[in-house]
Design a protein. Structure first.
Length: 141
């Protein structure tokens, strides 16, 4: 849940430049204020948000956050631990089991794909500049 909220905050802050408050974001993003505050604190510690306190306080996206990968944010919030733990307690099947290796390869591929997407990519228009505008063909009579 924290990872989901983190991306909501980052995407909203990136697509709506300016100062935001925890109360505003909790309403706009439809999340618990307390949970949101903890996520914002983690994002600020990771250098993805700039925060300030006081009457004119709030938060803004850090410009460098737009160049951070989605995979990096997921790792920050979810960790990169193995999907299964074969050591504690020791699994009696671990010497012949292929599951651990398959899950590790899948997890590595998952993060490798997420590392190709930047936070800025999540809020940039999908299309880009239109170089050619198509108009309906005029039919001869």
């Amino acid at each position: 849940m924290s990872t989901d909220i983190a991306f909501r905050v980052l995407m909203h802050a990136a697509s709506h430049p300016g100062r935001h408050t925890i109360d505003e974001l909790a309403t706009v993003l439809a999340v618990s204020r307390n949970h949101l505050a903890k996520v914002v604190q983690r994002l600020a510690r990771a250098g993805l948000l700039r925060t300030s306190r006081g009457q004119a306080g709030g938060l803004r996206i850090a410009p460098e956050a737009l160049e951070r990968s989605v995979g990096e944010v997921v790792r920050d919030f979810e960790g990169a631990a193995a999907v299964v733990d074969c050591e504690s307690p020791p699994c009696p099947l671990r010497s012949t089991c292929a599951l651990r290796g398959a899950l590790r390869r899948a997890q590595d591929a998952f993060y490798a794909e997420l590392d190709t997407v930047l936070i800025g990519d999540l809020v940039r228009p999908a299309g880009g500049t239109v170089l050619l505008e198509l108009t309906p063909a005029v039919t001869a009579r």
